[in-house]
Design a protein around this ligand. Structure first.
Ligand code: ZN
Length: 437
């Protein structure tokens, strides 16, 4: 199959980085959780950028061993000190209220309140992020400095929240290609004001979908904007009969911090996506890390559970739990920068290019090297600066295009970037030297 070249797909990475950061800033103030209006309004914002199908799954719905929880919403939450002033205020930061806190309106001494207060003594200015999805509880998160300043006395605690038989909401964006073979891109969108963990993946997935929406594609691309864990479990339970279409997948999370790109392989370990990402990271320059699958992390845990074992890996910069700002108020708009989002975006598009353009071709002139000069393939091609590399790439493509080696095989063996080999293959096919392209 001939595939239109994907080099230069989408807008430039630097511009995409700026625009992703702006979208992140727009989504940052929203109080999201695994259900509720914050999640819905986040999808509303994304729908201005991509075609989004929004699904509502009623509370109580069974999904394998799990049950869709009640829907949680919060309108206000605060702690009033002995003098009547708000000493902890949800309106100042949505991290102050523990996610899924049950409603409470009570007075109590500081000694009793302390059991419900969460701080990070090692980072005394930061507010931690805490949740209690599956146990009825309430709590407040605050900086250690705030806690240390609280005088003894009676406090008034109010959490104006609701836990109702509502729904779990998730968004799905399908960018159709020529075939039903699917590439799954999934991100969690269930955290409140946290940037790297949550919003960086959300805006990257959104801008990848935007870039691909205008391209001529071989695969169809399915983007999921879901609450972590329960969202992927619910999606898998509703799509069990169709998941064999998934030929590759990436979970995107923590893709906007200054750290190096890190790829966690799928459970299979040698799936095409594992090879494609490893190749892209190895050849694009700069530090990177590749780790083996482990049953801990983001939604790859569900996609790679043994009953599915989908070829889905996880792309991060610094993985969850390995940066100090993780699950704290310091994972903010200063921590995630446009240039890091841009770098992650560029890497993802290179991976897409491998998935789209890989194929096994046949050299039509296999007995000794064909004479490239008389076909205009020797010397400068279109004034490219990488002419020497391109000629080397042509020799590799010609030698190993014996019907038994794919372009990605050749890329791995030669150490040349896949994109260069794909360009070479296109030039060779245009000159009649390569069949099957
Ligand atoms: Zn998280």
């Amino acid at each position: 199959m001939s595939v239109a070249g994907l080099a230069g797909l989408g807008m430039g990475a630097a511009e995409a980085g700026e625009r992703m950061w702006k979208l992140m800033a727009e989504l940052y103030p929203v109080c999201r959780s695994i259900t509720g209006e914050g999640f819905r309004s986040t999808l509303d914002t994304l729908a201005a950028h991509v075609d989004l199908d929004v699904h509502e799954v009623p509370s109580g719905t069974q999904a394998f061993d799990w049950t869709v929880p009640r829907e949680w919403n919060v309108t206000d939450a605060y702690v009033e000190g002995p003098a009547g002033e708000r000493v902890i205020d949800f309106r100042a930061s949505n991290l102050h209220v523990m996610s899924y806190s049950v409603p409470v309106d009570a007075r109590m001494p500081l000694s009793e309140l302390r059991a419900h207060l969460h701080t990070l003594p090692e980072h005394p200015d930061w507010i931690p992020y805490r949740t209690s999805y599956y146990a009825d509880n309430w709590g407040f998160c605050l900086s250690q400095r705030q806690l240390d300043a609280l005088p003894e006395g009676e406090y008034h605690v109010l959490v104006d929240s609701s836990l109702t038989e509502g729904a779990l909401t998730y968004g799905e964006c399908l960018v159709p290609g020529a075939t039903d073979d699917e590439v799954l891109v999934s991100c969690h969108a269930c955290h409140p004001s946290l940037c790297n963990d949550n919003l960086s993946g959300v805006v990257l997935a959104t801008f990848l979908a935007k870039a691909l929406a205008g391209a001529s594609l071989r695969h169809s691309y399915r983007f999921l904007f879901i609450p972590g864990t329960i969202g992927s479990i619910v999606w898998l339970s509703r799509n069990e009969s169709r998941v064999d279409r998934v030929k590759a997948g990436l979970v995107l999370a923590c893709v906007g911090d200054p750290g190096r790109l890190t790829y966690k392989r799928s459970r299979r370990g040698d799936a095409e996506v594992d090879r494609a990402v490893a190749h892209v990271l190895a050849t694009r320059g700069g530090p990177y890390e590749i780790t083996d699958f482990s049953p801990y992390g983001y939604d790859e845990r569900q996609f790679c559970s043994p009953g599915f074992d989908l070829p889905v890996g996880c792309l991060n910069r610094t993985p969850h739990g390995q940066f100090a700002e993780y699950h704290t108020s310091a994972d903010d708009l200063d921590f995630v920068r446009p240039e890091h989002l841009a770098d992650s975006y560029a890497a993802c598009l290179e991976v897409v290019r491998v998935l789209e353009e890989d194929g096994t071709f046949v050299n039509r002139n296999p007995k000794c090297e064909p004479q490239l000069g008389k076909r205009g393939l020797y010397g400068a091609i279109g004034g490219r600066s990488d002419t020497v590399q391109l000629q080397l790439a042509m020799l590799w493509v010609l030698n190993f295009s014996d019907g038994g080696h794919s372009l990605l095989d050749i890329a791995e063996r030669s150490g040349l970037p896949f994109g260069l080999l794909s360009d070479a293959a296109r030039a060779l096919a245009a000159a009649g030297l390569l069949a099957g392209r």
